[in-house]
Ligand binder design. Sequence first.
Ligand code: GLU
Length: 432
Amino acid sequence: MSIRVRFAPSPTGYLHVGGARTALFNWLYARHEGGKFLLRIEDTDKERSSEEHTRVILDGLTWLGLDWDEALVFQGARIKRHQETADKLLAEGKAYLDDGAIRLTVPPGEIAWDDAVHGRISFQGADIKDFVILRSDRTPLYNLAVVVDDLDMQITHVLRGDDHISNTPKQIALYRALGGGAALPVFGHVPMINGPDGKKLSKRHGATAVGDYQHMGILPAAMRNFLALLGWSPGGDREIMTREEMVRLFSFAGIQQKSAIFDMTKLEWMNGQYLSATSAEELYPLVAPQLAQLGLNGRKDAVLRAIAAVKTRSRTTLDVAKQVAVRLDTRFVQLDEKGAKEIAKDPAGYKASLEASLAVLRRVDWTPETLEQHLRGLAEQRGVAAGKVFQPIRIALTGGTVSEPVNELLYVVGKEAALKRLESAISGSIPG
Ligand code: GLU
């Protein structure tokens, strides 16, 4: 049997992280099995659907690296098929007219399925009321459209959110009525995504649109990896995985039944891991537009050097851009709270240390190696730990107390600018 799965978003809004996660699980399953991943745009609600939303959803999937097979299916273009199917059920006596609408008869008896995630789920037909499949204006309802489309698209596995569990018995009743029992897909319902407070993820918890994470400087590979772990685990404590590794390891057995928690701190941590592992050259096209937005158009070689220096200490590409800006343009240097506290401990010592460093730095060859060598030499000469020499320089150059090693920082800032920043710090004007 060749596996065919689908992601079926309604283009009534942006691509929600929950939708993206559902798409990812379907994609991983298709790629793992060598099957097909199809996309169906469920645009039957003409009022709320828009081409703009469809475009944003497709852009989001493309950004995440989730490529789809075959042509896009637009549900709205298939209404005739939905109508014909409802008429057929009516003609066969499996549905009836109710005030102009067509309603499916749900026979009593058990309606059950072996859910790929939850195991056996069972409903009683008697508890499910006969339901409308075609309105009196001849527009189809969700359950009818989905079943007709899934049958025509020869979908073998329907993997979707837990919120659809209550639709599944209705859809099975439709499959039975259509005599498509043999074609019944495997259903699997993936856990919902909650915020850290355990409540359904919503805007209250922060950004819920995939596009927002893109703009905030999350890398697509990190987002994909993070989303994969929302409800799925490859076993053990394995977390950082390439797309290929996830494809190899993915299985329904690894999907949890309990809801997943969206933890922003973890996403930022994971993004930091990916930033560290990505070259400055690859990050450049992502960072450059953010620099331009900050009002800085640095030379590419200088920007690359700065990216390489800061990327391991960043959580987002925006974070990278801000730190690059501090290094390449004095206007962005601002004394932060920790920097100010450090200076306040011993303002005279701070100045004296910078003066001694400045005297040395004026005459050294500006390479990371010689800078390190001379500053360590200075510390030895003054009989202090190297950090005592490094920290004032770090504060004078960046305004903060955390950075790459000071010799690299000096190198990235450049001789002329670095000397000026030190002079300003000594005279007490910058940073402050
Ligand atoms: N359009 C439906 C949704 O967005 C699709 C549900 C399904 O996968 O059957 O929830």
